[in-house]
Design a binder for this molecule. Structure first.
Ligand SMILES: Nc1nc2c(ncn2[C@@H]2O[C@H](COP(=O)(O)OP(=O)(O)OP(=O)(O)O)[C@@H](O)[C@H]2O)c(=O)[nH]1
Ligand SMILES: [Mg+2]
Length: 262
């Protein structure tokens, strides 16, 4: 079934796989019209670690995303209409919370996140030194990820502002390649920003006293489908997220305490 061969794991990756041991772990794959790539994403997650359960949140796609994902054996949650990336991701966290997962990792359905890089993201969670770990395209020494000029400016502005708000250096605020432990799952199941959510989710986590850590990862360029973020949208994105961060500064950060469903 899987047409992706498992890459030989490095000693560090083997260590992470061993530590994952009995932990209940879930990969949350948000997907909106990603029939061209979602199957491979599922195969790659399995190739990295067959112990990961995979939930594909099909966000009201009009193509065969849900069918392809189900054929590959992933659990598919089909949203009745397009909720947007935040709604899709929160649905995944809700699923993780209700089913008692210990660790949840987000892997985009468009294939930009390479599951072979998951050990880097999981390592600080397993070591107990972070509650939310974000894979950053810009933290490494030879960060080579290419992006349009408008997006680069936006990325830099966000990095500065978010670093100031959370009082720690962050370089990639819009990365959706991230993982959380049970604390993070509980928070995101209860409260998650809905539109362009990554920046706000990061700020929100720190305000809730979750420990944030960035790790350097490589990401791929888009392989199929279409990006939602055009130049004009980038401007809207910037304005909206800056406003949301500003409003967020005055939030009381009380989220409902949910009963555990273990
Ligand atoms: N655009 C978009 N993506 C969604 C939505 N719901 C779920 N997704 C998924 O969320 C993931 C991230 O969306 P992308 O459009 O790739 O956003 P991005 O990675 O920040 O932007 P690119 O670098 O241009 O790909 C993808 O796997 C999408 O399939 C939605 O309503 N809109
Ligand atoms: Mg993408």
């Amino acid at each position: 079934m899987a047409d992706v061969a498992a890459a030989p794991a490095t000693p560090a990756a083997q260590d992470v796989l061993a530590q994952l041991g009995e932990l209940k772990r879930l990969a949350v794959v948000p997907a909106f019209n990603e029939e061209a790539s979602v199957g491979r994403v599922i195969d790659e997650i399995r190739a990295f670690d067959p112990g990961f359960d995979i939930v594909v949140v099909d966000d009201g796609s009009t193509d065969r995303t849900a069918g392809v994902a189900a054929d590959r054996g992933a659990h598919v949650l089909r949203l009745p209409f397009n909720l947007g990336i935040g709604g899709a991701v929160q649905t995944g966290y809700r699923y993780a919370f209700e089913r008692g997962y210990d660790v949840a990792a987000q892997v985009d359905g468009d294939g930009q996140h390479d599951p072979a890089q998951l050990p880097k993201i999981l390592e600080p969670l397993l070591a107990g030194s972070a509650d939310l770990v974000v894979g950053s395209r810009f933290a490494g020494p030879e960060a080579a990820y290419r992006s349009s000029a408008t997006r680069r400016v936006g990325i830099r502005i966000f990095a500065r502002i978010v670093s100031a708000v959370v009082r720690q250096r962050v370089t990639d605020t819009t990365s959706g390649f991230r993982a959380v432990n049970r604390k993070g799952i509980a928070l995101f199941a209860a409260d998650y920003p809905h539109d362009y959510p990554e920046v706000e989710a990061t700020v929100m986590s720190v305000k809730h006293k979750l420990r944030l850590q960035e790790v350097a990862v490589e990401m791929r360029e888009r392989s199929g489908g279409r990006s939602s973020i055009t130049a004009l949208r980038s401007v809207y994105y910037m304005a909206k997220v800056l406003l949301a961060i500003f409003v967020g500064l005055f939030r009381r950060y009380a989220v409902p305490v949910e009963e555990e469903h273990r």
